[in-house]
Design a protein around this ligand. Structure first.
Ligand code: PRP
Ligand code: URA
Length: 215
């Protein structure tokens, strides 16, 4: 049975370079170093899309030729919040794009039998409620981990959250949308669904293990 979610609240970042890189990422023969590099590169593309609507303000700049009215970012600052462990793989790419962002961490692991998320660590910037949060995790499977992380961020008073994942299952998108009607979701691909172990099909396997070489 197909899972219905609201496609208007999901952005699929399907640039040709993204699709090409994602195919290599999915390949079981891709080794740890290349896998890690690709996760970081894909995070840059996602970050680019997820920050497309950031407000700008005028700034006066003196070029070597003359004065010019240019643009700079205005308004609220950003926080990048990876869900540990696999989310860590997306942080460096995003920091290349937004070097001034603060980084918070939410430690969460999925019980192998029940697939329920368990929180084990949280450390966020003190002014996180004043920031736009990019919540990052390569995999959105059942949505349990992302939903728990979103709930935690909302409790801290964060109003603008953008969830960046690389591969999403329809089940995870629906679970997140049902739990949090205001979150914006970005994914490089939406796959077919989940298998009996709640792994994404076709997916790319265990993202954390492939990033950190703990297979
Ligand atoms: C993976 C992944 C997500 C979660 C997705 O983490 O990185 O956090 O599973 O599954 P869900 O949508 O069903 O919650 P995992 O628990 O394997 O931990 P790890 O990142 O430490 O490998
Ligand atoms: N976590 C992963 O790393 N991969 C999946 O397919 C599901 C959860």
């Amino acid at each position: 049975m197909s899972v219905s979610y609201d496609p208007a609240r999901v952005t699929v970042v399907d640039h040709p370079l993204v699709q090409h890189k994602l195919s290599i990422l999915r390949d079981e023969k891709t080794g740890t170093k290349q896998f890690r590099d690709l996760v970081s590169e894909l995070a840059v593309f996602e970050g680019y899309e997820a920050t497309r609507d950031l407000p700008l303000e005028d700034v006066q700049v003196t070029t070597p030729i003359r004065e010019a009215t240019c643009k700079q970012l205005a308004g609220r600052k950003l926080a990048i919040v990876p869900i540990l462990r696999a989310g860590l793989g997306m942080v460096d790419g995003l920091l290349e794009l937004i070097p001034a962002a603060r980084v918070g961490h939410i430690g969460m692991y999925r019980d192998e039998v029940t697939h329920e998320p368990h929180e084990y660590y949280c450390k966020l910037p003190q002014d996180v409620d004043e920031r736009i949060c990019l919540l990052v995790d390569p995999m959105l499977a059942t949505g349990g981990s992302a939903t728990a992380a979103l709930e935690y961020l909302r409790k801290q008073g964060v109003s603008d959250i953008r969830l960046l994942c690389i591969v999403a299952a329809p089940e995870g998108i629906k679970a997140v949308q049902d739990a949090d009607p205001n979150v914006k979701i970005f994914a490089c691909a939406i796959d077919e669904g989940l298998n009996e172990n709640a792994y994404i099909v076709p997916g790319l396997g265990d993202a954390g293990d492939r990033i950190f070489g703990t297979l």
